[in-house]
Write a protein that binds this ligand. Structure first.
Ligand code: ZN
Length: 190
């Protein structure tokens, strides 16, 4: 692991994004039993893309870290553009739901729109679904009944069907997470 100098500019760009996201999500917790800090989730999404997907494109990794800031915090698209540039702003916007719409419609649109996303946005979205499927499997929101967890996995599979083909390792990790989730949920029910 030693001997390879980090590219300081890229490292700084990632840490600035991490600092920004941690600040924006600072008061948010996941609804699981542990009430995990929300920031664990975007960190996991970026970590999957880097470690498993081998992604080194800095705007993609920054957008992964920032992917829920517009949807779930007060952050505006303009703020992202000012701090991180147009590429990052566009990627985050691509993976942001329109919160004006009812939940069922937003879920339907994710399936419909998945194949239309840019290649980089597809990667972020698959890693997001991997992280969420793992959470629904291992530390679900406390108020979710068994059936809702199963339905979440089915829906995630439908969204990811439209995202596949950009990165074999990331696709395979999703399949593995889904398989594990279904096995664990089936066991709980038997
Ligand atoms: Zn997310």
């Amino acid at each position: 692991m030693d001997g390879t100098p980090l590219d300081g500019t890229h490292l700084t760009a990632l840490l600035v994004a991490l600092h920004f996201a941690a600040d924006k999500h600072r008061d948010q917790r996941r609804k699981n039993r542990e009430a995990s800090p929300y920031i664990n989730h975007p960190i996991e999404v970026a970590e999957i893309l880097s470690r498993v997907g081998g992604i080194t494109d800095v705007p993609t990794l920054q957008a992964a870290i920032l992917h829920d800031t517009i949807e779930d915090t007060q952050t505006t698209a303009g703020e992202l553009e000012t701090c991180f540039g147009a590429k990052v702003r566009r990627l985050v916007e691509e993976v942001t739901d329109d919160k004006q719409l009812p939940k069922a419609e937003r879920k339907r649109l994710q399936i419909v729109n998945a194949p239309l996303l840019s290649r980089k946005a597809k990667l972020i979205k698959i890693a997001d679904k991997i992280s969420n499927v793992r959470d629904v499997t291992h530390s679900p929101p406390t108020h979710w009944p068994h059936q809702r967890r199963c339905e979440y996995l089915d829906w995630a599979e439908q969204v990811v069907a439209g995202l596949r083909g950009e990165n074999t390792a990331v696709d395979a990790l999703f399949d593995q997470a889904l398989q594990t989730g279904r096995a664990i949920l089936a066991n709980l029910h038997s």
